[in-house]
Design a protein around this ligand. Structure first.
Ligand code: G3P
Ligand code: CA
Length: 355
């Protein structure tokens, strides 16, 4: 073959490679009933309103998120509730209300006790530029209350993207979750619910309880996770800046990352949720696990990639160019704008909502 023709063919193959990868992710998502690329509202629209509260979820719904993301735990009296941290001090007034139990886990409180907490005022202190008087005294929500929000507007019906949080503390939570989703009729539509966990035991239990529901294994570099090249643990590193520490971390070797993809697949996951390093670093910035070869390896194994947690257009752009299939974000409106999916959603604000 003529040399210049060979060169042209090679160029065409090279140029078409990213498109083939993107189509791979889109096809994988479509087969599971999952929107592509997916907008996953991380703890709701949690940049604008206190995480995991009614205004955060209502705003994410109205802005057009595909999924409301939530962290699932269980009260002492057996009710499924939506709280991110193991303990309540960061996001509530538990230290004032129950000083002697301020560092107790969520599982040590009854629903009535949790409902007596103010889960909104902390946000006004932490983010005065985004504070609102209406955030004071916002309650912690149950899973059923988030389902009510997801069902609340017939014109805007996001799915739920549910993480079993510290599942070792909650034996049987996977079956409890199945029972509630079933009771609410949420297991009938493919892709309406996505289940996620960092914990491989919980992944197996979720798969056993709900084999037909798509599941994501969350990935990070650290203890009981992808082994780091540095061999270091953040807590033992002495590094004062968590984001700076994680920005330096990478898998011990390529095979270690690929091993975790295989574990995800063997555990019944249809995809992974890798961490990412934010350009501006900060609290939710971790190791970069969305390098193009990583996303390509995931797609080659038939696994989707939903990256957590990005809020800035520069990082959305980098992630999409690297080949991810959806993004967890605290800023639903920004991601909708980036994907050019904003219409009415751009103009929806907290002032339009009743909570
Ligand atoms: O669930 C994905 C992402 O939310 C994992 O991190 O700590 O925010 O739950 P985290
Ligand atoms: Ca989560």
């Amino acid at each position: 073959m003529h040399r210049s023709l060979l060169h042209t063919l090679a160029l065409l193959v090279a140029l078409s490679a990213p498109a083939i990868r993107a189509e791979g992710g889109k096809t994988l998502a479509g087969a599971q009933g999952i929107p592509y690329p997916a907008v996953i509202a991380h703890r709701g629209a949690s940049y604008d309103a206190p995480e995991s509260t009614a205004p955060a979820y209502l705003l994410a719904r109205e802005q057009g998120a595909d999924y409301l993301e939530l962290d699932l735990q269980r009260t002492r009296d057996g009710v499924l509730v939506v709280v991110h941290d193991d303990v309540l001090v960061r996001t509530s007034n538990v230290a004032e209300r129950f000083p002697e139990r301020k560092n107790s886990p969520v599982s040590a409180f009854t629903l009535a006790e949790l409902k007596s907490l103010d889960a909104g005022s902390w946000f006004n202190h932490a983010y005065p530029d985004r504070a609102r008087a209406s955030f004071a005294k916002l309650p912690i929500l149950t899973l059923d209350e988030v389902i009510d929000i997801a069902e609340g507007n017939p014109g805007r019906q996001p799915g739920l993207y549910i993480e079993t949080k510290v599942p070792g503390q909650f034996p049987g939570i996977e079956q409890d979750l199945k029972a509630r989703l079933d009771a609410r009729g949420w297991l009938d539509r493919p892709g309406r619910v996505v289940l996620q966990t960092f914990d491989r035991k919980s992944l197996a239990l979720l798969h056993e309880a709900m084999p037909q529901v798509p599941k994501i294994l969350l990935l990070w570099v650290g203890t009981q996770a992808i082994a780091p090249a540095s061999g270091q643990d953040f807590a033992a590193s002495g590094e004062p800046d968590k984001a700076a520490f994680y920005a330096r971390q990478q898998p011990r070797e390529k095979a270690e990352f690929l091993r975790w993809l295989d574990l995800a697949k063997q555990g019944g996951a249809i995809g992974t949720g890798p961490s990412a390093t934010r350009t501006a670093l900060g609290e939710q910035s971790y190791a970069d696990l969305i390098q193009p070869w990583m996303n390509q390896a995931s797609h080659e194994r038939g696994l989707l990639v939903h990256v957590y947690t990005l809020d800035e257009p520069v990082d959305f752009d980098k992630a999409m160019k690297a080949g991810v299939d959806g993004i967890f974000t605290n800023r639903t409106s920004e991601l909708m704008r980036f994907y050019q999916r904003s219409t009415r959603s751009e103009s929806v604000t907290l002032d339009d909502l009743d909570y």
